[in-house]
Design a protein around this ligand. Sequence first.
Ligand SMILES: Cc1ncc(COP(=O)(O)O)c(C=O)c1O
Length: 417
Amino acid sequence: MIQDNPALIAVIRDRFAHVDSCPFQGPRIFFENAGGALTLKSAVETSAKYAAIPDNQGRDNPAAHALVATINAAKADLAVLMNASSGQFFAGESGTELLFRLIRTACVNVPKGSKVIGSSIEHPASRSAARRWADIAGLEYVNVPHDDATGMVTAEHYARHMTPDVRVATILHASPVTGMGMDVAAISKAIRAVAPDCLIIVDGIQHAAHGQMDLDAYNVDGYAISPYKMFSRHGYGIAWISDRLSLLPHDKLIDAPADGWEFGTRDTGAYATVSDVVAYFDWLGGEVSDETDPRARIEAAGRAIHAYETHLTDAMINGIGNLPGLRNMDHVTILAGADNPAREGLVSIVVQDMASPDVVTMLNDQGIRTHTRKADHYSGNVLDPLGLSDCIRISLCHYNTEQEIARLLTALNEIGK
Ligand SMILES: Cc1ncc(COP(=O)(O)O)c(C=O)c1O
């Protein structure tokens, strides 16, 4: 258990850049992980190394061969991290861009008049792509309303709206506004029970850093992540697609291989940092278990991360020692329920009679970085039905500590006085 091992927490923290101070602000606690997680020091070093290499891939010279080997190794590492025994990984501009590309391809390849299903809990990346390409391709968009009280959508919710003519579906793995994780395997099963051949595309961007990805278990066709939210860096996204989706007609160069999805010259350094991330999960799995098989170590790391993050969010909600938790503060409301077992390292709150941006500024002034979510085109889908114009998002990762939570609780208690 990470929570019982302060020495391990110290070693974990030492692996990340800027863990307790910001180069622009000075000392700070980082609770803005849903906006972009901390970067592994190894990923920083790897990026610098590859940034200096002038060679392109696909030539017959030692540098090009090394670059291709690096990319292939990263794809093999991703297959272990995400448990994908088939399909392929490729890089794109961002998670959003990749979701658009996968959803667009799915929509234009299914029969006119069929349906696309998705949920109001989704981030606009997948919702916008599904609505836009449903319109263009002459498909009907079916919305599955999420449950406001729990901040999530379930397989039962999808099942109520499923019909055999649904040919494309989108699923959000974890919400960056409520913090709740969806049961992707159960939702996919509910979809396939009614429409077995449906092309199912998952937004895994918020979930990825919290461990436990298992593509073989999900039975889906696409899954996108943004590596800067999973301890790598900005500048690219990664998608996995099934063999079936790989081969559908899609944007590519004339006469290029039918299953090729990469656009232009790839950033080898970006791929190389993915291997650093996988090596990190592998290392952590070895610290928290006796497993020797790489996938088993990654699964152990995922379980440990989830357990520790739950420990931290429980501490934030229920209090630490004599320090009252969020649920004990009369001036604080927790979104999606204090005791929600679907929570993945994120708590969103509102403070009575205070605009959320003011709370975020006040916390920032004390060196505590959080973020405002406004009822705009990013978060209005979740906040509008709750009658909220904004909320304060406190998002953690497994390198955060109880001491940092205590500092946050102290600051939020003071506001109520
Ligand atoms: C669930 C989810 N989907 C999509 C995005 C967009 O990701 P990106 O900006 O990396 O494309 C985010 C970013 O916050 C997100 O949390």
